[in-house]
Design a protein around this ligand. Structure first.
Ligand code: ADP
Length: 170
C-alpha cells in the first residue's frame, strides 16, 4: 500500500466528554479500530485558539453568528483533549465513528449515538451549544489546517503499534 493512503485527522474530546469521563472510552474506540494516536494533549482552549479552530467563514456562515459564539464559548468552558489520528484514508473513517452532528440523529454504535442524545431544537431553546462530545476534521485539507492550529510539528510522533502489520500490511 502506498504511503499516500495513510492520512491524519484532528479530533477534540470537547469539554462535555472530558467532564463526563468519556475520554478513555472515546480513545479506545479509535485504538481498537487500528488507528494510531500520533499526537495527544489536554488543555483549556483560549478564545483565540477556539476561534482559529472554528473559523467564522465556516461556522458563522453555515450556522449563524449566534451558534458560532455559543460554540466557541462552550469549547473554552473546560479542558479538551486534542489528538491526531493516523490511518488508511482516516478522515471519513473517524467521521463515521463519530456519527451525525445532531446527537438525536446519530446512529447507535457511533460515539454520538451511544453517549449523547439531544437535539438542535433543545440546544437552541436553551441558548446553549449542542453537546456532541467530539470534533473530527471533515476533509484532508481541514485536517492539515486544524492539526497546525493545535500542534507544533515537533509534538507529533512516529511509531509502530504492535498490531501495525495487521492494519497497514507492512
Ligand atoms: P461537525 O462538528 O459534525 O463537523 P459542524 O462543523 O457543522 O459539525 O458544526 C460544528 C459544531 O457546531 C457542531 O459539532 C456543533 O457542536 C455545533 N452546531 C452545529 N450546528 C448547530 C446548531 N444548529 N445549533 C447548535 N450548535 C450547532
Amino acid at each position: 500500500m502506498s504511503k499516500a493512503n495513510i492520512t491524519r485527522t484532528l479530533c477534540l474530546v470537547k469539554p462535555d466528554g472530558v467532564r463526563r469521563g468519556l475520554t478513555g472510552d472515546i480513545l479506545s474506540r479509535f485504538e481498537r479500530a487500528g488507528l494510531r494516536i500520533v499526537g495527544l494533549k489536554l488543555l483549556v482552549p483560549t478564545d483565540e485558539i477556539a476561534r482559529k479552530h472554528y473559523r467564522y467563514e465556516d461556522i458563522a456562515v453555515r450556522h449563524g453568528e449566534d451558534v458560532w459564539n455559543r460554540l466557541v464559548s462552550f469549547l473554552c468552558s473546560g479542558p479538551v483533549v486534542a489528538f491526531v489520528l493516523e490511518g488508511v484514508d482516516v478522515v471519513p473513517v473517524v467521521r463515521k465513528m463519530c456519527g451525525s452532528t445532531e446527537p438525536a440523529a446519530s446512529p447507535p454504535g457511533t460515539i454520538r449515538g451511544d453517549f449523547c442524545h439531544h437535539t438542535y431544537e433543545y440546544t437552541n431553546l436553551k441558548q446553549g451549544s449542542v453537546r456532541n462530545l467530539i470534533h473530527a476534521s471533515a476533509t484532508d485539507e481541514e485536517a492539515d489546517y486544524e492539526i497546525s492550529v493545535w500542534f507544533e510539528p515537533s509534538e507529533l510522533v512516529s511509531y509502530k503499534k504492535a498490531d501495525h502489520a495487521e492494519h497497514f500490511l507492512d
